[in-house]
Design a binder for this molecule. Structure first.
Ligand code: G16
Length: 543
């Protein structure tokens, strides 16, 4: 076993996006790419010497190789200990939990989340800090700066560690503890929810189907839903994590989780369906014959969280990312709760959660979570839904109708234009920015602009300011359009157009979202010239 120093030169393009560094797998596998980025993390966090970190990933292609490299680099740079999920697996929320309960200095999660995996698809690495949450912007910038001047890294030359065996071993003086990825997380879930009530619900004939999409949540869902809560075997499908997610796209939405949608909208449908993504932090909720949008789900969970033991004292406050629908705001107002609007990216919830200002937050991008960890949490959202259903004993569709009648419904959709030429996408945003001050008072497709600005966020806890976080256009009557470029894609630019309109008339609560939003959709193109700039006549994905 030998510790060596490898000379390297900076590699362009190591700027982390919305959630860590995501690239094509072959880019991550090119010589020094992963090593340079890990070395930049060491520099960014002030060195890894004497520190204890958690390590795990979603099991995608290259996960196992990357884990060995990271362990050898940590050992060579003097880390005290690495706590690693068995077979290098850990869901993102489980990693966040381990960082917190073991009081480590942070952790490294190998995942490109909902992006497909495999040699031709995506890989990613993110660092989470000691609170269990994603790196704040300031640390992200330090890591990026370090990547621009890295000249060498230390690594131990040795055999692979057998990560399939639970227990403690040693690597060049560094302790390596290999842990069951599920156990601590399952115990945390049991502490938050009424497992007895959920067990009774499932024993009463209520049927659920959970689609793990061949990704990391499979073992967690099997252990919790089937083995602990008594859902019949086979309720959890696609439960074995595979390096290419079974050739699928592990993004829990009606398009990529079509198999689940077909079952829950088909004959003899189960009462409840759910899915999670590559690394287990996103969720999709679907009831028999009704799809629940992430924004609706967030509002329902905020309205009913007190029904679960972990939240029975009520919520401290709530938060949503700016593009998420404002249905949550009305729930918060009705309950007298503070409601914060943050930029896209779970990292922006961290300070609010740490300061005890909020205890539930969520995003339109299928993420919901609470102060139990510092990441969004797919299975947690599913269990909170099940806890609510166990108390209410009503179909999902009835819960939605009652919710909309009480709080109003925000019809909502996101249109994504993927793989757009970056220059064209930036030109569209620049042009939009340039005309913002002239928009108020103008009419587009029958809607009158009331407000138009570019969102900037002043963190109420640490005072930091984040600018250029999306362009938002509000209309009289409550409709809104938000334009922003995604920070998680790996090819070209993805233009996201978020569309919503509020409806408070109970007789109009069950319409088709695309049809209801037709004038908002038309206004978006009229204002931004989407077709003119991108050449696209329709979005690639509508959620
Ligand atoms: C990440 C972030 C989320 C964000 C989402 C989409 O999720 O953690 O906060 O909402 O990306 O970001 P963008 O619109 O920039 O693509 P995940 O599940 O991919 O880690």
């Amino acid at each position: 076993m030998q510790r060596i120093t490898v000379q390297t030169t900076p590699i362009e393009g190591q700027k982390p996006g919305t959630s860590g560094l995501r690239k094509k797998t072959h880019v991550f596998m090119q010589p020094h790419f992963l090593e340079n980025f890990i070395q930049s993390i060491w520099v960014g966090i002030g060195g890894v010497e004497g520190k204890t970190l958690v390590l795990g990933g979603d099991g995608r292609y290259f996960n196992d190789r990357a884990a060995q490299v990271i362990l050898r680099m940590a050992a060579a740079s003097g880390a005290k200990k690495m706590i690693v999920g068995q077979n290098a697996l850990l869901s993102t929320p489980a990693a966040s939990n381990l960082i917190r309960i073991r009081k480590t200095d942070g952790g490294i999660i190998m995942s490109a989340s909902h992006n497909p995996g495999g040699p031709k698809e995506d890989f990613g690495v993110k660092f989470n800090t000691a609170n269990g949450g994603p790196t704040p912007e300031e640390l992200t910038n330090r890591i990026f700066e370090a990547s621009k001047s890295v000249t060498a890294y230390d690594i131990v030359e040795t055999q692979d560690i057998d990560l399939s065996q639970l227990g403690t071993t040693e690597l060049a003086g560094m302790e390596v503890e290999i842990v069951d990825p599920v156990a601590d997380y399952a115990a945390l879930m049991q502490s938050l929810f009424d497992f007895g009530a959920i067990r009774d619900l499932l024993a009463s004939g209520f049927r659920l189907r959970f689609d793990a999409m061949h990704a990391v949540t499979g073992p967690y869902a099997k252990a919790i839903l089937e083995e602990t809560l008594g859902a019949p075997e086979g309720s959890v499908v696609n439960a074995v994590p595979s390096p290419d997610f079974g050739g699928g796209h592990p993004d829990p939405n009606p398009i990529w989780a079509k198999e689940l949608m077909d079952v829950v909208f088909g004959e003899g449908a189960p009462d409840f369906g759910a899915a999670s993504d590559g690394d287990g932090d996103r969720n999709m909720i679907v009831g028999r014959n009704i799809y629940v949008t992430p924004s609706d789900s967030l509002a329902v969970l905020a309205a009913n969280a007190h029904l679960a033991p972990g939240y029975s004292d009520g919520l401290k406050g709530v938060a949503r990312s700016m593009p998420t629908s404002r249905e949550l705001d009305r729930v918060a107002a009705a309950k007298g709760l503070d409601c914060f609007e943050t930029p896209t990216g779970w990292k922006f919830f961290g300070n609010l959660l740490d300061a005890g200002r909020v205890s539930l937050c969520g995003e339109e991008s299928a993420g919901t979570g609470s102060d139990h960890v510092r990441e969004k949490d797919g299975l947690w959202a599913v269990l909170l839904w099940l806890n609510i259903l166990a108390v209410k004993r009503q179909p999902v569709a009835s819960i939605m109708t009652a919710h909309w009648e009480q709080y109003g419904r925000n019809y909502y959709s996101r249109h994504d234009y993927e793989g757009v030429d970056s220059d064209k996408a930036n030109a569209l945003v620049d042009a939009l920015r340039g005309k913002l001050i002239h928009l108020p008072g103008q009419d587009f497709s029958g809607l009158t602009v009331e407000s138009a600005d570019e969102f900037a966020y002043d963190d109420p806890v640490d005072g930091s300011r984040s600018e250029n976080q999306g362009i938002r256009i509000g209309f009289t009557g409550g409709a809104r359009i938000v334009f922003r470029l995604s920070g998680t894609g790996t090819v070209g630019a993805t233009l996201r157009v978020y569309l919503e309109d509020v409806e408070t008339d109970p007789s109009k609560m069950h319409r088709d979202a695309q049809e209801t939003l037709a004038n908002v959709i038309a206004a978006a193109d009229e204002i931004a010239g989407i077709e003119a700039y991108t050449g696209r006549t329709a979005p690639d994905v509508k959620t």
